[in-house]
Design a protein around this ligand. Structure first.
Ligand SMILES: [Zn+2]
Length: 478
């Protein structure tokens, strides 16, 4: 691939996610410079264009993850069996303090590369491991090394948000970096529900700096309706707030989010495993709240929005069937459709970031964040009959063939382009060795393998008896 030449994707199924363009079978996408120039059929190829054969594949906008604690990717999979309580004890109480700037760098670098590989062209780094501005510099350094689009949501789980956000060190960090649509800045902090509302100072800092705020809300046992009420009463619920999870809130809180123009980041795999509450898409539908999708953290899960789309659609339908069946009824039409979760993974994320005019759809004039899902060696890539359903239930990250970010090829023919995976590997290896040494082998193992609660198997009134050789079960008391 020669940099600087126009790129013409030829003859794919185009999911533009732009209502004015819709789905185009046998469609082309022409990219010139940083932008999408044309979308249509049989586009004339510029003389110097690189042609990418998209036949048998699906072209879609780059996916957008609106909440991931990227630094935790250095501990990938460590917490696979955790609950939220175990996560809190690990990071907030015991071990969050050990992670150094180079560990933030390592996790962010690997997570950023993982995003691009999976077709996630924009990732919000909910970066609450920034104990010092040097940790923040390390996060930024990782993003500068990877040709993706990122938003640093600056946070510090060991500090008070009203203090760090107003410190000269943080203000200097904001001033000495340049922020744009390739690397944006937000503030990330939670509202505890303390009636004195100490977070007020942090919201005022965000307002003064004109930064969006992302906050874990409606998290069972942690952030409740009290937090929403405090934000509302103090005038800090605006369209520039993202409510992460929002899975255990009252009707009044959902109404307030809807009325204020805020949006919710649904992290279904997280909510299902960690226990913040039931994945909230079924509520958002009722209250008319805009949504985006997120993966939360690779200390448990992947950084792969195929998983997010699939889990979210399945969880929503599970809930709808369960509620109907509890009422003795049958769902005959599913409310949530595959198209909707693809929309949340693309335009929904763009809206959440205030970048709906820049990314999120294959619209001429927008920045060229483009994903080609194509895998000629896979038995799963044909036939493509329902393209949205294909993206959600059939395709996976291994089918991501080509990825463009800002017009630049970062993955082609299933291979990352211009990305130093070996560097990420050695950085993460060093972090893992460091963390294991700091914690000690016994603590390391104990944290990774939490206790399993006892399960009482219910006494079974039947005994399996080979009754006359027929293999028939009989009641043991009969
Ligand atoms: Zn989170």
């Amino acid at each position: 691939m020669q940099p600087g030449r126009p790129i013409l994707f030829r003859n794919g199924t185009v999911l533009s996610m732009d209502p004015a363009i819709g789905v185009i079978e046998g469609g082309d996408v022409l990219v010139r410079g940083q932008q999408i120039e044309r979308v249509g059929r049989d586009l004339p190829a510029p003389d110097d264009a690189e042609i990418i054969d998209a036949s048998g594949g699906i072209l879609m906008p780059g996916m957008i993850d609106t909440h991931r604690h990227m630094w935790q990717t250095a501990m990938r999979g460590f917490g696979a069996d955790w609950t939220l309580t175990q996560y809190f004890v690990f990071y907030y109480l015991n071990w969050g303090k050990i992670f150094r700037p180079e560990d933030i760098y390592a996790g962010n670098l690997l997570s950023a590369i993982e995003s691009l590989d999976a077709g996630v062209t924009t990732t919000v780094d909910w970066s609450h491991g920034l104990r010092t501005p040097e940790h923040g510099d390390a996060a930024v350094e990782a993003f500068r090394a990877v040709p993706g689009r990122f938003v640093l949501a600056y946070g510090n789980l060991l500090g008070a948000p009203w203090e760090w956000s107003n410190s000269p060190e943080f203000r200097s960090f904001v001033d000495r970096n340049s922020w744009d649509d390739m690397l944006g800045l937000q503030m990330a902090f939670d509202v505890t529900g303390d009636a004195a509302f100490p977070e007020k100072g942090a919201f005022e800092a965000a307002r003064e700096l004109d930064l969006r705020v992302t906050t874990h809300a409606g998290v069972w046992g942690a952030t409740t309706d009290d937090s929403i009420a405090l934000m509302w009463d103090n005038g800090f619920m605006t369209p520039k707030v993202t409510y992460v999870h929002a899975s255990t809130l009252s009707p009044d809180s959902y109404h307030r989010i809807a009325a204020s123009g805020g949006s919710v980041s649904i992290a279904t795999e997280s909510e299902q495993s960690a226990g913040q509450g039931y994945p909230t898409s079924w509520q958002l539908r009722k209250y008319g709240i805009p949504a985006s999708l997120s993966m939360d953290t690779s200390v448990w899960w992947s950084g792969d929005l195929f998983s997010a789309m699939r889990a979210t659609l399945s969880a929503d339908r599970s809930r709808e069937h369960l509620e109907a069946q509890n009422a003795g009824e049958t769902v005959v039409h599913n409310s949530l459709r595959a198209e909707q979760v693809v929309e949340w993974a693309t335009m929904g994320g763009a809206r959440t970031l205030g970048l709906e005019d820049v990314i999120g759809s294959l619209t001429p004039g927008k920045k060229a964040d483009v994903v080609l899902i194509k895998n000629d060696r896979s038995p799963v890539m044909f036939p493509i009959l329902h393209p949205y359903g294909h993206v959600v239930f059939q395709a996976g990250r291994g089918d991501v063939h080509t990825v463009l970010v800002n017009g630049k090829v970062v993955k082609h023919q299933h291979e990352l382009v211009g990305i130093d995976l070996a560097k990420a590997r050695s950085a993460v290896t060093a972090t893992v060795e460091f963390a294991r040494r700091e914690m000690g082998g016994q603590e390391w193992n104990a944290c990774m393998n939490p206790e399993i609660p006892a399960t009482d198997v219910i006494a079974n009134p039947y005994t399996y008896t080979d009754y006359k050789g027929q293999g028939v079960a009989v009641r043991s008391d009969s």
